[in-house]
Design a protein around this ligand. Structure first.
Ligand SMILES: C[S@@+](CC[C@H](N)C(=O)[O-])C[C@H]1O[C@@H](n2cnc3c(N)ncnc32)[C@H](O)[C@@H]1O
Length: 230
């Protein structure tokens, strides 16, 4: 018997070719390598942002009533310290494989999953989360920060007063890229896996300022770590 429910936030789910490309790479076969190659190797050696920095971000901001959007393999949700033994966890992702892999990994928490495009309003009930993470999601979304920050507008109504949105994103501008980072960025952008060539620190700062009462933003290597409070 399965421990999780898959709900489709909007059925059928029609998205642009560019939006689909940002989620298409996360098949079961690639997800099997994701933790090792992306989170352990690329984060530290290419983006110079060790996964421990992201885990610290989760540990600092996660609540016992949490929505994760763009879940990948659920690595950080599996490792982070929730402030309660049985947190409410909702998972939203465009990719059904990411949802299934993450929901299985977190089955001890009985998460509820939603197949949804973060670039559209999300229909999730009850919409009363205390924390929402969008970790490593923005750099997968098409457009530059002014377009993709619509995600914040869609997620803010799902937060309780005093709730927060947090995450990290690999930037294309306003940070220093090593030669290896430039090469990997070029490959990922050419395949549509990343769309972050025009994502700048300045634009991210502006989007956080426009969307949140309070925000925090800091760089770790090529990644911007952010928190927005409503
Ligand atoms: C780079 S992974 C990040 C995974 C995880 N949050 C982490 O930090 O390891 C990006 C995830 O976002 C999902 N994704 C990409 N585009 C999306 C969209 N438009 N709406 C919702 N999820 C999306 C992908 O399917 C994938 O699971």
């Amino acid at each position: 018997m399965e421990d999780f429910v898959i709900k489709s936030a909007s059925s059928p789910l029609w998205v642009s070719k560019e939006t689909a490309a940002g989620a298409a790479a996360y098949r079961r076969s690639t997800l099997a390598l994701y933790d090792l190659l992306v989170l352990r190797f690329s984060c530290r050696s290419i983006w110079r942002c060790p996964s421990s920095a992201i885990l610290d971000l989760y540990n600092e901001h996660i609540s016992a009533n949490h929505l994760d959007v763009g879940v990948g393999t659920g690595y950080f949700l599996d490792r982070c310290a929730f402030p309660a033994p049985q947190p409410r966890i909702a998972l939203a992702d465009l990719n059904a494989d990411s949802l299934a892999v993450t929901a299985r990994r977190l089955r001890r928490y009985a998460p509820v999953t939603y197949r949804a495009n973060a670039l559209e309003p999300l229909q999730i009930e009850p919409a009363n989360f205390d924390s929402i993470a969008v970790n490593f999601l923005l750099h997968c979304l098409p457009g530059a920060i002014p377009q993709k920050s619509v995600v914040f507008q869609h997620l803010k109504p799902l937060l309780n007063p005093a709730g927060k949105i947090f995450g990290a994103t690999v930037l294309g501008k306003g940070v220093e890229h090593s030669a290896a980072a430039k090469i990997l960025m070029r490959i990922y952008n050419s395949k549509g896996i990343f769309s972050n060539a025009d994502d700048s620190l300045e634009d991210l700062k502006r989007a956080l300022k426009e969307n949140f009462r309070e925000y925090e933003l800091r760089l770790v290597g090529c990644a911007a770590l952010f928190v927005g409070k409503v």
